[in-house]
Design a protein. Sequence first.
Length: 454
Amino acid sequence: MKLSRRDMLKASGIGAAALALGGVSAAPASAAENPAVATELLPKPAGKRVVIVGGGWGGLTAARYIKKEAPEAEVVVLEKRDLFMSCPISNEWLSGEVGMDFLTRDYYTAAKAFGYKMFQTTVTDIDRSGRTVKTTTGSIGYDYLLLAPGIAYDYTKWFGKDTLAAERCRQECPPALMPGSEHVALKKMLEEFEGGNFVISVPDGPYRCPPAPYERAAMVAHYLKKNGIQGKVILLDPKAKPAPKGPGFLAAYKELYPDIVEYRPNSLVKTVDLDKKEVVVTLTLADERTEEVRIPYAAANLMPTNKASEIVAMAGVSTGKAGWGMMESPTFQSKADPRVFVIGDAVGGYPYPKSGAIANGQGHIVASHIASLIAGRATPKEVTLPQNICYSMVNDKEAISIGVTFSMMDDKDINGNDIKVIKPKMTENNTRSADLGKTTHEWYKGMMRDIFGS
C-alpha cells in the first residue's frame, strides 16, 4: 500500500519534536493543592543571592557570568519551561533544514557546570518591599533580582475581552514567537499543508525579532517549493515595507519565490474569523483611504501585538500600555528599584531591537554590574552598550544580515537641557549569499557556547 505524504509525516521527526517538548505545558502544583509550596525554595545563603526570572538568552547569559565574576554569590534561575528552545534558527527548523537537537538544550548541564541553581517553576508574585519572589513551588528571597521573562501576546485588538477566542486563535493559528508547543504546532501545520493560502501576519508595534516574520515567509515558501506543494504564502504587513532588511527580503521573494510569496504592505489585521477561516484586514490605500479585505486561509501563522511578560508588571517596574520594563541606561537597573534589573525582550523605551544577540549582550553587561555591587566596587562610568547582529535565512543555503551598534550621544531635551541618549547605527547586507548562510550557523553555535559552554 502506498503511503500518502501526510501518513509519512505522522511517523516523521515531528513526533519526536512533540515528545521532546511534551513537558513544557505541564503545570506545577499550586499552593492551594500543596501547602508545601508556601515554604522557602532554599535556605538563606551565607552571602548575597541573585534571583533571575527567565531562562532564555539573556537570563542564562547573566547567570553564567554573574557566577563567574562573583563566585561567592548564590545565583538562582527560575524558569517555567523544562527545556530550552531557541527562537533564532527556528524558522530553519520549521522548514526542515535543521533538527530539533540544534535548537534545544537541557537546563541542568549548564547550571551544574557553572555553579548556579535552576528551578522549573512559575512565578506568581514579587514582593519588592520584602525582596521575595513567590512561585508555585515555594518562595525565595533575593539581594538582587534580574527580570528576563520575555514577551506575552495581546489579542485584545482582535478579540477584545474574549479570552476564549484569543486562546483558540493562538492554538489554531500559532504565532510561534514563544518557543515550545507553538513551534511544534506550526511545524505540524506546515507538514500537513496540501495547498491554498498560508497566511503570515507581522505584529503591529514592537515585537520579538523584527526580521522573523519575513524570514519565516521565505522559509515556508522554500519548504513548499522544495516539496512541490501548490500553495501561496500571503504575508500581511501593517508597515509600508519590510523592516529591517527589506530590500533583501523583497529580492528573495521576487527572485526565489515569484509564484509563491505575495507580500501585502499596509495590511493591518483587524480580527480573525476562526469559523470561516478568514483573516479580516484593514488595507490602507495610496490616497490614505482604507478598505476592509477578507483573506481566506488553509493555514495561518498569525502574530498578534506583543507586550511585556506579566512578570514585569508583577514587579511594579513596567511602563506604558504594553508594560515594557523601564530601566536606567546603560546599567539596565530598574528606575523603580535599584536592586531590580530588566533585560531582554521585556525592555522598552530604548532603541534596542528584541533579539537574541541583544539579550545576550545585556546579560553580559548586567552580570558585570551586579558582580560589582556584590563586591562593593564602584560601577564603571563608561559601559559598553550591547551590539546587535542578526542573520536571516532565505532558503536552505543563503542568508542576509544586519548589524547595529549603539552609542551614548549628547542631545537636548524639549526644554533645551543637556541629556545623553542612545543612538543606533545600522549596517545591512541585503545581498544574499551562501557565505552568510554558513556564518549564520557559526554565529548561532558561538552564542550557544557562550550561554551553555562546550
